[in-house]
Design a protein around this ligand. Structure first.
Ligand code: SAM
Ligand code: SF4
Length: 317
């Protein structure tokens, strides 16, 4: 479906849970979150019905996210059913990778084609610091499992944080020589109440180009990342700039949170509830959310924080 600014919405990000087995500092508070009552959250059937409605309105690409989608008990079943919805041609998951050694094979068999795995650092102590409770070993085991299982595409995501991992741009980029993966650097977004990062922590994507002058521009793949490649690399380097070169003008996304709110824009507090609605009711809400998708996300910086009213784990990134 086309929105009121002429953008064709073909991509839905479905958050299946707000819960997570990590506590990344830029994403959620240290104490975690209060688990919402079960009856407020979308059921598996409601999620699948929402995917059907989205597909009928022109969504072809579905990304499952969270929180951490792999902590959701019925994640394999959700993926299996979503992959079979008519019109969904591409099913992907964004994960921290920790549970991939256990679940990767089943997810692939369920129809998941592509994986994005978060990896902000290659240093054990820094990984433990940024995730508060994770270990680098677990994340690397997840990445290796994803590669061994032969998913169509594996992309690694690092949030750029000044004073934390800006000295690791080169080693992280080198992973594209070692493994058949893309490495993507994402500008940190100032979310609601997560993180207390200072002005200097927000570094622009252009820092990557300064550190890696040997990067060669490659053809875009239709996604939001500007693509580059290191000589002799097996995968691309992607630069994602929601802040300094926002891509709202070509945004083709809609988001659905695990508590059943359609979010036409990541950084707006506009939400369209669909919990408990039948298919016709859901369709009306999808149409309203898409039509009213804001033109852009507004100013974002360390002072002008996101107006999402939620932390990233409650939206899905
Ligand atoms: N738990 C999964 C993971 O970490 O990949 C999926 C959910 S996570 C919210 C989705 C993506 O959002 C991750 O790549 C994460 O790094 C990114 N993210 C979270 N908070 C962010 C922020 N404040 N700015 C930029 N990216 C952020
Ligand atoms: Fe969990 Fe992903 Fe947020 Fe980290 S970024 S706390 S792994 S949801």
């Amino acid at each position: 479906m086309i929105d009121s600014y002429g953008r064709n919405i073909t991509y839905m990000r479905l958050s299946v849970t707000e819960l997570c087995n990590l506590r990344c500092r830029y994403c959620m508070p240290a104490e975690g979150i209060c688990k919402k009552p079960h009856e407020l959250m979308l059921t598996e059937d409601e999620m699948i019905q929402a995917v059907e409605v989205a597909a009928e309105l022109g969504v072809t690409k579905l990304r499952i996210t969270g929180g951490e989608p792999l902590v959701k008990k019925n994640i394999v079943s959700i993926c299996r059913r979503a992959a079979k919805v008519e019109g969904i041609r591409d099913l992907a998951i964004t994960t921290n990778g920790v549970l991939l050694p256990e679940l990767g094979k089943d997810l692939k068999e369920a129809g998941v084609r592509r994986l994005n795995i978060s990896l902000d650092t290659l240093d054990e102590a820094k990984y433990a610091y940024i995730t508060r409770i994770g270990t680098l070993e677990q994340a690397m085991a997840g990445i290796e499992t994803a590669i061994e299982l032969g998913f169509e595409k594996v992309k690694l995501n690092a949030v750029l944080i000044g004073g934390f991992n800006d000295d690791e741009i080169k080693p992280l980029a080198e992973l594209t020589r070692k493994y058949p993966v893309d490495m993507r650097f994402i500008e940190m977004m100032p979310m609601y109440d997560s993180g207390d990062f200072k002005e200097a922590s927000f570094i622009p994507y252009t820092r990557v180009l300064e550190v890696l002058p040997e990067l060669e521009k490659v053809e875009q793949d239709g996604g939001v990342a500007s693509l580059y490649r290191l000589p002799e690399a097996q995968g691309n380097i992607g630069l994602i700039s929601p802040i300094n070169a926002h891509f709202c003008g070509t945004c083709n996304r809609i988001r659905l949170t695990s508590d059943g709110k359609l979010k036409p824009c990541l950084h707006s507090n506009a939400e369209y509830p669909i919990k408990g609605l039948d298919k016709a009711g859901m369709t009306e809400q999808f149409k309203a959310a898409i039509w009213n998708k804001p033109q852009w996300h507004g100013e974002l910086n360390s002072i002008e924080r996101s107006k999402a009213g939620r932390n990233m784990n409650q939206i899905g990134g």
